[in-house]
Design a binder for this molecule. Sequence first.
Ligand code: HEC
Length: 248
Amino acid sequence: MKPHTCLRIVLILASMLLWWNLSWAQTPRAEREHTAQSLATLLNVGRLVVERNQPLINDPQKGDKGFTPEAFEHQVVEEFLRQTAIDLNRLPSDLPALEKIQLPLLLRASKEVVADAQFVINQRGIGYKNFIPATFGSQAARKFSNRSHVKIKQTALNPRNLKNLPDAYEEQILNRLAAQPVSHAPVTEWIDDGKLLRTLTPIYYSQDCLVCHGDPKGMLDISGYLREGAREGDLAGAISIQIPLNNP
Ligand code: HEC
């Protein structure tokens, strides 16, 4: 074979590969999977920002904490940009159309949860206020899901908050994740004959969580729940997302 024929074949193959990649990236399924992943990351980032501000929120000496919805948003936008390279203030034009709608919706729901909690957060003379990553996450997920055909939920095998009880599908995946070594990769599946996307992004306990969820098992923690006796690295739960292939 002549060298230039060989080069042409390589070029044709390369352009076919590029075309295949681009068309794949634009399929409705791939777009929904990308959207689900970004939403799970955004809810997790909100939880992380609440966790970072926990000492401030729980400070009994201080009245006005300055942990306003705007301060929260600012920190979320920064952390989300760091984790995903997506700027929530200037969404990239090549983001899936669905994601461009859903990300701002979740950010708004999250901010509203922080706004609703201002009175509690700014109380003086009280340390623990039950405004923690889990209560934030449950409320933001619920607010968002009430307004969207996309559903987000924080769930666990034996949840403290019964509203977080897993459905049959979530229970099956959580059991599977609990039996596996730690992996932060989401479980992504199309069920109902490929018509419904379900993703579960696992959450694991770190050392910080064990004051409430760790030992001594069965003893009340500061939030008034019984400690689970969990260890660092145990599966705590998951962020569960459902997106239909076609909007209802
Ligand atoms: C101050 C005590 C406290 C700490 C610290 C804490 N949690 Fe929780 N956790 C709770 C409470 C209270 C709930 C129930 C929240 C609700 O009412 O929705 C909860 C609920 C959860 C849930 C949702 C499922 C359920 O049980 O309803 C997950 C997942 C969870 N926690 C994980 C964690 C992880 C991971 C950490 C550490 C990063 C952590 N928690 C730290 C008190 C705590």
